[in-house]
Design a binder for this molecule. Structure first.
Ligand code: 2BA
Length: 105
């Protein structure tokens, strides 16, 4: 058995959790904080069989993988104030760990 930690942006956590639940995975959500930016993020814990790890990672990638998003530039002035810029958003940090023992009592 494996325990997968998935750290995602708060805004992506609902989509990732829903996608995992839909495929039958159990998920525990923890409110966490990034040590670098000191901003809130979400850590998901998923306990599952070793042969399901790749599927879990694929589901996470589909639900919140790195992607481009067009936003209105927050820095422009005058005629450039409504300039659209493409930014990279999303992505996840994933740790896969061995579980010595798993029980539900
Ligand atoms: P990411 O690498 O995408 O990491 C997003 C969040 O995932 C991190 O939030 C942290 O909560 C977790 N995380 C990532 N790698 C980890 C690891 N090896 N061990 C434990 N937790 C990990 P933040 O710490 O707030 O970092 C936000 C973003 O700032 C990072 O995005 C990365 O682009 C940058 N960053 C983080 N630490 C850095 C450092 N020491 N030097 C330069 N840039 C850093």
């Amino acid at each position: 058995m494996k325990l997968i930690y998935v750290i995602v942006r708060n805004i992506d956590s609902g989509d990732v959790t829903a996608a995992l639940n839909k495929k039958g995975y159990y998920v525990t959500k923890l409110a966490s904080t990034g040590g670098f930016l000191r901003e809130g993020n979400t850590t998901l814990m998923i306990g599952t069989d070793e042969d399901k790890v790749d599927e879990v990672i694929e589901i996470v990638k589909k639900a919140c993988g790195p992607r481009k998003q067009v936003i209105s530039s927050p820095v422009g002035t005058g005629e450039y104030s409504s300039m659209n810029v493409v930014v990279n958003v999303g992505g996840a940090t994933i740790f896969v760990m061995d579980v010595d023992r798993f029980e539900k009592i």
